[in-house]
Design a protein around this ligand. Structure first.
Ligand SMILES: [Mg+2]
Length: 266
């Protein structure tokens, strides 16, 4: 390149650099900091450290925006542990119980014994936190055998907010149906665990029978709710920690989603 051409090229490059400084800087920043800073809002960099990432991840799984997921992100094990064992989880459950009760009090109970409320059991009435605490809070691959051994102990602790809601709903005149993905072979230990936790006088405990084997939870639970409707029950409310407890067909008039960042059941 002759010296005249070189000078012209240098001038053009200098002009472009001066005219579009932000484009050049932004590209370099994205390239070098794509892990720590991966979004720019109003020109402000948002640092997504583990706590912020995991809080956003939990929001996405609770709203079901995330859809199916099999294990919590490894970077969130500490976050999930802190959430599940700290005051925040209990506080969330109390608020949900309050909101459920506020709705229940607006229902005009007919007095014909057909006003129903459906509860899931695991992570809704009873907590399997002792089991999951020993298995990485959902960061390990689910092992059905060891989980069933835990269920057989019938020692799952009660979730106090749910026990309060359960009692208040009975006082209001609702019939309580317990609809669980547990199997018929677990009926006795499940009943024993519920009574041990303080639950009593449910109308019916519905478990997976042989004809329900292999059905996705959302199908199995919808079919069972439909059977209740066909018997004349009006399902005013439904409480569960999984969207598959609540969605599908024959849905309750109001569904109440409890938090569960440890596992997802489709
Ligand atoms: Mg559950």
């Amino acid at each position: 390149m002759e010296s005249g051409q070189y000078l012209v090229a240098l001038l053009i490059f200098s002009f472009i650099s001066t005219a579009y400084p932000h484009s050049v800087i932004q590209i370099r920043r994205e390239n070098h900091n794509s892990v720590a800073y991966n979004r720019i809002y109003d020109g402000r960099r948002v640092r997504r450290d583990d706590d912020m990432y995991c809080e956003s991840w939990k929001f996405s799984v609770e709203t079901n925006d995330a859809g199916y997921w099999s294990q919590i992100p490894s970077r969130c094990e500490g976050y999930v542990k802190e959430y599940m064992t700290g005051d925040r989880y209990r506080s969330d459950l109390e608020v949900i119980a309050d909101d459920s009760l506020a709705f229940a009090k607006t229902v005009e109970v007919a007095g014909n014994g057909k006003d129903a409320w459906v509860f899931d059991i695991d992570e809704t009435l009873l907590s399997n936190l002792p089991y999951y605490a020993a298995h990485g809070f959902g960061s390990e691959t689910f092992d059905e055998n060891s989980f069933n051994d835990w269920v057989d102990l019938a020692e799952a602790p009660v979730l106090p907010a749910s026990l309060r809601l359960y009692g208040e709903l009975k006082q209001l005149g609702f019939k309580i149906f317990l609809l669980t993905g547990r199997t018929e072979s677990q009926r006795n230990v499940t009943g024993k665990n519920l009574l041990y936790g303080g639950y009593s006088n449910w109308e019916r405990l519905i478990l997976r029978g042989s004809s329900d084997t292999g059905k996705p939870a959302i199908v199995y639970k919808s079919e069972k709710r439909k059977e209740l409707e066909d018997e004349g029950y009006v399902i005013h409310g439904s409480s569960g920690d999984q969207w598959s407890d609540l969605l599908g067909f024959a849905e309750a008039r109001r569904s109440f989603k409890l938090p569960n960042p440890m596992y997802y059941i489709a």
